[in-house]
Design a protein around this ligand. Structure first.
Ligand code: CP
Ligand code: NVA
Length: 313
């Protein structure tokens, strides 16, 4: 059975916990090494990952590239516009062809159905590098960052302020799989996807974790261990003044952080729009973990790759 990583639920809570543990071990084992040196076991030597980008990327592109190098493998990075995909070759045919050349495919695109289509036709693992619907690789790094600071995920409380977007969808899924509370504060009309919420809530039976939605940002952050936000305008969306105005009460400010737990951690997947979803005093402040979070994309993506290749879980 080919392992695809389209959403966190594809792996499940136990495998995710194993991936996070492996990521921490590998990160610690290579502390201080040059970044381009392979891990001592070079577990993916001889393997190649192809990456397809239909949207811009800095972190996903570079972290996956360096992840493959550190695992002993190689990458091919392509912008969809310069591929035949960009002039109409189908996702299905692209998947079939790439499967004959490379050992895994990562794709960043708009419609989540395209990633599912790629996985359906590929005979090698397919990884979701962000769609309009979800961003599971990002949340692997976020969980790693919280684990480093709080030592556990289960029982912690994450507060999301702002748009009900792709990053939030993966946090909702993560909470339901790793048993942490997710409190969402978003303006009316910008709620997360109802189907994603229902699926996650359906998984909560076996734990005491909760997922809640409120219009009140201070209610969401009260005592929270993690405060997280993201851009109000995601890639592919047009800048809308009405949306920016609706989001303004959800800006993460020092007053918002003061309502969270005293040792609360601030997360942001980046790129940030300073002065919109977060102010400098928070994103550059002592509770911000954004640079570790960005670095952890690398360590988390190595674990995702190893899981896809059957080396974890
Ligand atoms: N956070 C994130 O996915 O960053 P990029 O868009 O730079 O890849
Ligand atoms: N929600 C953002 C995340 C960027 C990494 C977007 O989709 O543009």
């Amino acid at each position: 059975m080919t392992r695809h990583f389209l959403d966190l639920a594809d792996a499940g809570g136990d495998a995710i916990a194993a991936m996070l543990a492996d990521a921490l071990d590998r990160k610690q084992a290579r502390a201080g090494w040059p970044k381009g040196r392979a891990d001592s076991d070079a577990p993916l030597a001889g393997h190649t990952l192809a990456m397809i980008f239909e949207k811009n990327s800095t972190r996903t592109r570079v972290s996956f590239d360096m992840a493959m190098r550190q695992l002993g493998g190689t990458t091919i990075v392509m912008d969809a516009g310069s591929m035949q995909l960009g002039r109409g070759e189908s996702i299905a045919d692209t998947a079939r062809v790439l499967s004959r050349y490379v050992d895994a495919i990562m794709i960043r695109t708009d419609d989540h159905a395209k990633v599912a289509e790629m996985a359906h036709h590929a005979t090698v693992p397919v990884i979701n590098g962000l769609t309009d619907h979800s961003h599971p690789c990002q949340i692997m790094a976020d969980m790693l960052t919280v684990l480093e600071r709080k030592a556990k995920l289960a029982g912690s409380t994450w507060a999301w302020l702002g748009d009900g977007n792709n990053v939030l969808h993966s946090i909702i899924e993560a909470g339901s799989l790793l048993h942490f509370d997710v409190r969402i504060a978003c303006p009316d009309g910008y709620d997360p996807d109802a189907g994603m919420l229902a699926a996650a809530r359906g998984r909560l039976d076996a734990s005491s974790a909760t997922i809640s939605v409120t219009r009140d940002p201070l209610e969401a952050v009260a005592g929270a261990d993690v405060v997280v936000t993201d851009t109000w305008i995601s890639m592919g969306q047009t800048q809308a003044e009405a949306k920016l105005a609706a989001m303004m009460p959800y800006q993460v400010t020092p007053a918002v952080m003061a309502a969270a737990a005293p040792d609360a951690t601030f997360l942001h997947c980046l790129p940030a729009h300073r002065g919109e979803e977060v102010v400098d005093a928070v994103i550059d402040g002592p509770q911000s973990a954004i640079w570790d979070e960005a670095e952890n994309r690398l360590h988390a993506q190595k674990a995702v790759l190893l899981w896809c290749f059957g080396r974890i879980g």
